[in-house]
Design a protein around this ligand. Structure first.
Ligand SMILES: Cc1ncc(C[n+]2csc(CCOP(=O)(O)OP(=O)(O)O)c2C)c(N)n1
Length: 669
């Protein structure tokens, strides 16, 4: 990316966490604009979380003026909103590499910087991590502040409430900054968000937004007493609470022993400075309710909060940035390649078609109505749609009793986020053999969001659970017909997993058909009569794409091949497997970790059924490492999952001469 045109010569160039206190509020206002422009430029080129970061510019500036990231611990919940922090701490120069392979991560990462105090990507972990830091400080008799920055949507997570409960039990000096912008990715949901709205709209507090001093001045007290309030610990807690916490609405946090301050205008650095300085003096847990606007500074991001929560590379269209000088290209909005739909889109359309004819179908999402393709379903069938917030555990248990009453719950959760409900999948769904359909989007690597978001564990964590069946479509027709067939007779826990990707066409308007879910599909068989060796290729999902080229390379080397598209991971197609025993090599391919995945299942099958045969099995998938962030193709190439590498590995396993290119998939970064 070309950053040379970017005019950050005013303040951004000079300011960092060490000197940020030395600048005045006028200068900081200009810095805030420069930061917004910088983020816009980088997100335009690299994609990333846009609205969330534009909303916390002033808040992060103030945090770094009041806390020392070398000593204090600042924990960002989810951490998709940590861009400003990265820029102002120690990653300004590298920030243009955001989300690129080997570049800056889109989330906090302790491996990336000693100033990132906690890594995240999944929501709701902030308070627990912060309490651990606070308790460690107390036990070790150290002296530092702990600050947790959490979004309002984090309050839809069960784990956040577990932490709040625990903070009440083990109170400790701890500052929680509740960044309330009323949005999750979509508008925030749930009773708690309505409660926050009440706090937010308290008329008295609108005045407080202006200036804490002014509010103190409103009280019938003289300046001596005012100073006494500010300086005296015992009084300050009582006094400040009375001033800034609404008496109209009960403050729930206080019932948990957490002092409430707010609401506070999160775009007023001076006010934030005063409030943070005040909070720092308290020797107890305190929550500062900060009001921010998601997308602040960008007309587009404010108008399209949901769309511009996170954007893909080249998808940002910007018009109103003052310092934005790289306007070349900005006006050209790249047209999306509309020839191919995504898996998500096909799922979204199909589930509507099916629900029109089956009023038992209900859909559940955990804060991802758009991401999972359910947005149109939610509009067409509002009574059969549930957005439960960032509450994957609840979503799973909730679905079980819907199913027990005869409904057909379709629980749509990204592969990585369903990890959080692992116990519920076992204890609530599978143990009771309850028919729930899980639709796992973003299965396999997801690219730039990186290791917190890659969905590479689901085949392993689902396959081990009794009663579950698991299907992996590789094209549009398969996805439609698997959904149709499963939902005709949903009689056991079932999972369908697919990636964040375009889906192979086969776009026809044919009626749905019942398919044989458990038979693997023979895609190709060599017609070579004289061949060296015989290879069976068992491919799953999008990795089928690599196979035509691999087969053509194999045939050039006079190797016979038979290729199956394995749509059922559990159960395996034992009929096919039992006929492969005399092959020179059996190759499995999966967009999942090798440990416990599809290849392991095949290995177990042969071990259990043909233990006296010598089998040559090659498993291709992700090794014993976390896959880094980067473009999907780049990651496949780096870790050795591409046509040439698959071919080379086959030759190597067959003890034939190999020309090695790239790196082995055991190599980590
Ligand atoms: C466990 C989990 N489920 C879902 C997500 C997807 N997700 C990423 S950010 C986000 C919304 C976060 O909202 P909030 O915390 O209020 O922060 P904001 O972006 O509004 O500043 C969601 C649902 C996630 N990161 N983790």
């Amino acid at each position: 990316m070309n950053t040379t045109n970017f005019d950050n010569t005013k303040y951004l160039k000079y300011i960092n966490y060490k000197n940020i206190k030395d600048f005045n509020y006028n200068q900081l206002e200009i810095l805030a604009q420069e930061l917004r422009d910088f983020i816009t430029e980088v997100v335009y080129h690299n994609g990333g979380h846009y609205g969330s970061n534009l909303g916390v510019v002033e808040l992060t500036i103030s945090l770094l003026r009041n806390f020392d990231p070398e000593q204090d611990k600042i924990v960002f919940d989810t951490s998709h909103q940590s861009y400003i922090y990265k820029i102002l701490t120690d990653r300004k120069e590298k920030f243009h590499t955001l989300r690129t392979f080997k570049g800056i991560s889109g989330f906090s990462k302790i491996k990336e910087s000693k100033l990132d105090h906690y890594g995240a990507g999944h929501a709701g972990t902030g308070l627990s991590a912060a309490l651990g830091y606070a308790k460690a400080r107390d036990i070790l008799k150290q002296d530092y502040n702990v600050v947790a920055v959490i979004g309002d949507a984090a309050l839809t997570c069960g784990v956040t409430f577990e932490a709040i409960n625990n903070i009440g039990q083990y109170p400790s000096k701890l500052i929680i900054v509740l960044n309330d912008n009323e949005f999750s990715i979509s508008p925030n949901v749930g009773a708690f968000s309505i409660y926050l709205k009440k706090l937010r709209n308290n008329p008295f507090l609108v005045k407080v937004e202006k200036k804490v001093d002014e509010v103190l001045n409103l009280l019938p007290i003289n300046s001596l007493i005012k100073n006494f309030i500010i300086d005296t610990k015992n009084w300050i807690e009582e006094g400040f609470t009375k001033v800034v916490s609404p008496s109209i609405v009960g403050v729930i946090f206080e019932e948990f022993g957490i002092q409430y301050i707010g609401p506070v205008d999160g775009h007023n650095i001076k006010l934030l400075d005063e409030v943070l300085l005040f909070a720092k003096k308290l020797e107890k847990p305190v929550i500062i309710h900060v009001l921010t606007e998601k997308g602040k500074g960008s007309k587009e991001a404010q108008e399209h909060q949901e769309k511009l929560h996170g954007v893909a590379k080249g998808k940002l269209k910007i018009s109103n940035f003052i310092y934005f000088s790289t306007d070349e290209g900005l006006k050209v909005e790249k047209k999306e390649d509309k020839k191919l739909k995504t898996y998500t889109e096909v799922f979204g359309e199909t589930i509507i078609e099916l629900a029109k004819n089956d009023d038992k179908i209900v859909a559940i999402t955990a804060a991802m109505p758009s991401g999972t393709g359910l947005i149109n379903f939610s509009k067409l069938f509002p009574d059969r749609f549930f957005d439960v917030g960032i509450a994957e555990e609840h979503a799973v248990i909730f679905s079980t009793t819907l199913a027990l009453k005869g409904l057909k719950p379709v629980v749509c959760i990204y592969s990585t986020f369903l990890q959080r409900a692992f116990d519920m999948l076992i204890h609530d769904v599978a143990l009771q053999n309850i028919p729930v359909l899980f639709v796992l989007d973003r299965a396999g690597i997801v690219g730039e969001d990186g290791p917190t978001h890659h969905g590479v564990f689901d085949l392993s964590y689902l396959r081990m659970i009794p009663n579950f069946q698991i299907f992996v479509p590789s094209n549009e027709l398969e996805l439609k017909n698997i959904l149709y067939t499963v939902l005709q007779n949903l009689d056991k826990p079932t999972a369908i997993r697919y990636p964040r990707d375009n889906i192979e066409g086969l776009n026809n308007d044919s009626k749905f058909s019942i398919i044989d879910l458990y038979s693997w599909i023979l895609k190709y068989e060599s017609s070579l009569s004289n061949y060296n060796k015989k290879v069976a290729i068992l491919a799953t999902g999008r990795l089928n794409r690599f196979i035509p080229k691999v087969i053509s390379l194999l045939e050039k080397s006079n190797i016979y091949s038979k290729w199956y598209n394995c749509i059922s991971i559990k159960p395996l197609d034992n009929k096919v497997l039992s006929n492969l025993v005399d092959y020179d090599l059996i190759l499995t391919l999966e967009d999942n970790v090798l440990a416990g995945g599809f290849g392991s299942a095949v290995l177990e099958y042969f071990n259990d059924n043909f233990y006296n045969k010598k089998l040559n099995l090659l498993r291709i998938g992700w090794g014993d490492y976390f896959v880094e962030h980067g473009a999907i193709k780049e990651l496949y190439d780096f870790y050795g999952i591409n046509e040439q590498e698959i071919f080379n590995k086959i030759l190597e396993k067959l003890d034939l001469d190999v020309i090695k290119i790239g790196v082995s998939n055991n190599e980590s970064v």
